[in-house]
Design a protein around this ligand. Structure first.
Ligand code: AMP
Length: 554
């Protein structure tokens, strides 16, 4: 028997309408290098309507055509986030840190009709133009930048402000869409092979936003002021832009000012209560807060770190030296991205809470998780048995986008026979649902039949006061098959040498796990979304490009 309840589609248009009216006084502010420029949700809603008119009436965007953004986190990007899905088109967020061939690939694969680009990133786009499909008809430029760079483009070139100016401030947004239809498209960073597109639905965006605002996730309310440092081109900035419009959370957008100094300055000036970013951003900020003067971060009550394992030393330093409690979270492009969030259970002392904070956290009711052992069977949730994490739920991908008009790409071995997403992450689940990841399946080091967690070694090394960053990879070894290689970035003025670091590590991990190959490097190579790029470290080592010192070879 069917229920007697109303069947109202869950749409981005509803989020836009609600935020722009009920929470019309909340604000989106963009940092311009010196100060924040504010616009109310009501204004953002009106400008989103003007943008939708411009896209439909002037640029001819119809149906579910793709409109791409090549933008930093800023107010105009927020307007695009709301306008494009709400008019029934598909928002395709382009990762401006992708290598040029991959960027051209995703624009062509998605068959983007329009690209809205920040003027400051035009130099990235211009060299790609000869490789782009004729499907791309218009480029809209927002903010400062040299428009003449686009002189060779045969389609239309428009200025964002001129394009939307004077148009009606309301639009017949689509509240009637099938909630399962596509709202936005985000490609995974593509560590191997071509990037793969994840096509979020209106329903998945809506339900995910409700999860983001929940107190067991990011706990957004109308009193929250969020600083999304995580880019809007990476998994919808963890869903923050949509969640904010649902409850009136004001947004502080950092634009291109993502370096530690401007971040510390904007936090001091604008006093956000929430922020989220990958660990590399936070470790840069920590250094600035430790050594700079005049900063005040006391407004930050919730700081989420995710996207890579958060080194415990980083969490401890924020807590002890800056009174900021870090929340660790796990997710991926395919999971929208939430994901598990490490809020500790009730009734514990701060010391008792600590081990829970170090885990990747618990999943919400909507997302089921299991770990699958090497023999393909589900492992017990006992906090000990390791396996590959698999998840399923209403905002988890079931397939990849395969280009317009085609059947979805089944993703090869990325999905199990019974439809769960295989994450490629290795870890354990406890009886009370806490996930602890030990490694990526492809990064775990297999030494003489035993597994060594590269993440565990990195975490210990990064707890040394002289170490800024440390990345550990498996490299071929004649005797053991594979052994760990430690690459370390030292802090300026550091006194420790590699032998001292090995001794330090020797006091903390089993002897057989101790790396015997060591290299001090200037920096750790990063992927387009700021994670350690271990593929590059392995390749550099294989090509003889690392100055390796051997210590205590087994
Ligand atoms: P992406 O799709 O680029 O966001 O990458 C997703 C991957 O990032 C996951 O499959 C994990 O390997 C990694 N990741 C994300 N969050 C965490 C975390 N808290 N701890 C460890 N790894 C993480």
């Amino acid at each position: 028997m069917l229920s007697t309840m109303q069947d109202v589609p869950l749409t981005v248009a509803r989020i836009l309408e609600h935020g722009a009216t009920v929470h019309g006084a909340s604000t989106v502010a963009t940092w311009n290098g010196e100060r924040a420029v504010h616009r109310s949700f009501a204004e953002v809603g009106a400008r989103a309507a003007q943008l939708a008119h411009a896209l439909r009436d002037e640029l001819g965007v119809t149906g579910d055509q793709r409109v791409a953004t090549l933008m930093w986190n800023n107010t105009e990007h927020q307007e695009a986030y709301l306008a494009i899905p709400s008019m029934g088109a598909i928002l395709h967020t382009l990762n401006l840190r992708l290598p040029a061939p991959q960027l051209a690939f995703v624009i062509n694969h998605a068959a983007d009709h329009v690209i809205i680009a920040n003027g400051s990133v035009l130099p990235l786009l211009v060299p790609l133009l000869p490789q782009l499909n004729p499907t791309l008809r218009h480029i809209v430029v927002s903010g400062e930048g040299d428009r003449s760079l686009l002189a060779g483009f045969t389609g239309g070139v428009h200025d964002y402000e001129e394009l939307i100016a004077g148009r009606p401030t309301s639009f017949p947004f689509r509240h009637d869409l099938d909630e399962r239809s596509a709202a936005s498209l985000c490609y995974t960073s593509g560590t191997t092979g071509d990037p793969k597109g994840v096509l979020y639905s209106h329903r998945s965006v809506y339900l995910h936003s409700m999860q983001v605002i929940s107190a067991e996730s990011f706990g957004f309310t109308g009193r929250t002021k969020a600083l999304p440092v995580v880019p809007m081109f990476h998994v919808n900035a963890w869903g923050i832009p949509y969640a904010a419009f649902m409850v009136g959370t004001s947004l502080l957008m950092p634009d291109r000012f993502l370096q530690p100094k401007p971040l510390a300055t904007m936090i001091t000036a604008e006093r956000p209560t929430f922020s989220g970013a990958v660990p590399t951003i936070w470790s840069g900020l920590l250094d600035e807060l430790d050594h700079g003067t005049g900063y005040d971060t006391s407004s930050l009550t919730q700081v989420v770190i995710g996207g890579s394992a958060c080194p415990p030393a980083l969490m401890q330093a924020f807590r002890d030296r800056h009174q900021i409690e870090v929340i660790h979270a796990w997710g991926m492009t395919e999971t929208s991205p939430l994901g598990s969030v490490a809020h500790p259970p009730a009734g514990l002392t701060p010391e008792g809470e600590w081990p829970y904070r170090l885990t990747q956290g618990r999943f919400p009711a909507s997302v089921q998780a299991r770990v699958i052992g090497p023999d393909g069977s589900a492992m017990p949730h006992d906090g000990v048995a390791e396996g590959e994490l698999e998840v399923r739920g209403p905002w988890i991908a079931a397939a990849y986008y395969n280009g317009a008009g085609n059947e979805p790409d089944a993703g090869g071995d990325k999905f199990s026979a019974d439809g769960w997403l295989r994450t490629g992450d290795i870890g354990t689940l406890s009886a009370d649902g806490y996930l602890t990841l030990t490694d990526r399946a492809k990064d775990v080091i297999k030494s003489g039949g035993e597994w060594i967690s590269s993440v565990a070694l990195e975490n210990e090394l990064m707890a040394h006061p002289d170490v800024l960053e440390a990345a550990v990879v498996g490299v071929p070894d004649e005797k053991w098959g594979e052994r760990p290689l430690a690459t370390v970035v030292l802090r300026p003025g550091a006194e420790a040498d590699m032998a001292a670091l090995r001794d330090f590590l020797g006091e903390r991990v089993a002897r057989w796990q101790l790396p015997e190959r060591w290299a001090v490097t200037e920096s750790v190579p990063k992927t387009s979304v700021g994670k350690f790029d271990k593929k590059v470290i392995r390749a550099t080592y294989a090509a003889g490009g690392l100055d390796v010192t051997e210590l205590g070879k087994q």
